[in-house]
Design a binder for this molecule. Structure first.
Ligand code: NA7
Length: 495
């Protein structure tokens, strides 16, 4: 069966839903959202592990066009964020646009009709004049390439596919991975399990995250005067912009921030051996800063042990480290992150003349302003190449992308535009500048992280302030694009 629509949005997480809301607000209601899961929420639907929370303040980790006066704490947990996402869906009546259990297996452009068509696993197809990729950068859970992983006989859980039926009481548990997910899970497991062994490959810089509740008077003030909330959001935004000085570029502010993290480590961890094991050997910001006040205390509990020997192999009963010790455990928790689509796409995307985006991006993903890609008309990306923030809310960046995409879709919808395709020379010039600027950032300063490909190419982060990023997306300049029009002058009316 084929369904035709004006806009196809792939993914019903923050980016897909935000695009849908802004399209509706612009008067465009002829869109379909394809979602492979059974519900909305993307990463927040999937990451339900104990302790799952955001390290960006709730007031900033939300869309400015859907303010929520009812945030309960400074930083929200995954459940509260998911409630907010459901609130967006209900408020804007989005559910009727969403096709759940619809796993896209390929997206193809048809030159004769200037339409994109999406094939799905169940054999249906959807065609549209514009396609919006909102599949998220962190949606495919990754298991590490450790020898013997298939031989382990105990229970295994990945952080992004939590098994809520497994009872940790009295169990010996291993956690592999000490990134953003690991440091949130470990304190929760240490409070439940008999013994927790933490397998750390690389320690990260940690900053404390005090998380006060929003008092009732503040919520009442937000409800009575939304401008108060908008003002606080702005204040938080500029506070985070200032943090860029310490996180994005290697500067005196980086030294100061790293000094703060070192002081926190010294104050929070008494044992000097443990402190040494937890001291990173890279500049702060090079990998994502870990925000938690619970991790260091958990590591010092009697039932918790940090293991820094490299993992040699998994065995039927547990984990053998390079020093030859076998750690028998009932359960292994993999907090090992995600397969980040840096050089590919989650499914094949075929443009005009059969060109493959996977091939075009084989040497590193490149786009124009992270949203448009030369050679692929009427296709738009959220969280596209070089849109990652190191210091501010990803949703601020996402809002800028969404509003840019909606402007483009309005042209296609209202102005009889047949194809809108960014010029290759403009895209190349843009990326030359981005890569030059990235070379001076902390992310490219020598550590390994999911921001970089194995060759060290950074297709992930934006080398600047969030304000700069938003400003570059504030206008859609048609001089940057090749535009063709439909021969007939009657476009479909808005519904
Ligand atoms: P991350 O940040 O990718 O962290 C994965 C962790 O798993 C990290 O500590 C890795 O160590 C570790 N890891 C991965 N493979 C192995 C192997 N083979 N052996 C040992 N340890 C391993 O994923 P998260 O889920 O924590 O966070 C993802 C993002 O979500 C985060 O950046 C935020 O933006 C939100 P490594 O550091 O590579 O040595």
């Amino acid at each position: 069966m084929t369904t035709s629509t004006t806009v196809l949005i792939i993914g019903a997480g923050f980016a897909g839903l935000g695009t849908a809301i802004r399209l509706k607000q612009a008067g465009i209601t002829d869109f379909v959202i394809l979602e492979r899961g059974s519900d909305v929420g993307g990463t927040w639907r999937d990451n339900t592990y104990p302790g799952a929370a955001c390290d960006v303040p709730s007031l900033l980790y939300s869309f400015s066009f859907v303010p929520n006066p009812d945030w309960r704490r400074a930083y929200s947990g995954s459940r509260e964020i998911l409630e907010y996402i459901h609130h967006m869906v209900d408020t804007f009546d989005l559910r009727r646009h969403i096709r759940f259990h619809t796993n896209v297996t390929g997206l193809e452009y048809h030159e004769e009709t200037a339409l994109w068509s999406a094939r799905t696993e169940d054999g249906s197809s959807f065609t549209a004049r514009a396609a919006v990729m909102a599949t998220g950068p962190l949606s495919n859970a990754s298991l590490p390439d450790i020898p013997g992983i298939d031989t382990y006989q105990g229970h295994t859980i990945h952080s992004a596919r939590w098994d809520h039926d497994y009872d940790f009481t009295g169990k010996h548990v291993a956690v592999i991975g000490t990134g953003a997910s690991g440091v949130q899970i470990i304190p929760e497991l240490a409070a439940r399990a008999r013994k927790v062994k933490v397998f750390q490959r690389t320690p990260g810089w940690v900053l404390p995250k005090p998380n006060p509740g929003h008092p009732a008077w503040l919520t009442a003030a937000f409800r009575r005067a939304p401008v108060v909330q908008a003002f606080l959001r702005q204040a938080l935004f500029w506070g985070h912009e200032a943090i860029a000085l310490g996180v994005v570029w290697d500067s005196m502010a980086t030294t100061a921030l790293q000094g703060l993290a070192r002081t926190y480590l010294r104050l929070a961890v008494k044992d000097s051996w443990l402190r040494r094991q937890l001291t990173p050997d890279f500049r702060i910001g090079c990998k994502r800063i870990l925000m938690t006040s619970d991790y260091y205390p958990a590591l010092q509990r009697d039932n918790c042990k940090l293991i820094t020997w490299p993992i040699y192999t998994l065995s039927p009963n547990g984990i053998r480290t390079a020093e030859g010790i076998e750690h028998d455990v009932d359960c292994i928790v993999f907090a090992t992150g995600f397969d980040v689509c840096k050089t590919g796409t989650p499914f094949p995307i075929t443009g005009p003349g059969g060109r493959s985006l996977g091939d075009d991006w084989a040497a590193g993903a490149q786009a124009y302003k992270s949203v448009s890609v030369a050679g692929y008309p009427n296709l738009f990306f959220t969280f596209g190449p070089n849109s990652g923030p190191g210091h501010n809310s990803v949703l601020v960046y996402n809002e800028a992308q969404i509003d840019y995409i909606v402007k483009a879709v309005e042209l296609i919808h209202d102005q009889h535009v047949r194809t809108l395709e960014v010029r290759k020379d403009i895209q190349d010039g843009f990326n030359h500048d981005i890569q030059k600027r990235l070379a001076r950032t902390t992310w490219n300063s020598g550590c390994t992280s999911w921001y970089l490909t194995e060759d060290g190419f950074n297709a992930t982060m934006y080398p600047g302030f969030a304000t700069q990023y938003a400003r570059q997306l504030a206008t859609l300049d048609l001089d940057d694009y090749e535009v063709t029009h439909h021969p007939v002058s009657t476009g479909p009316a808005r519904t």
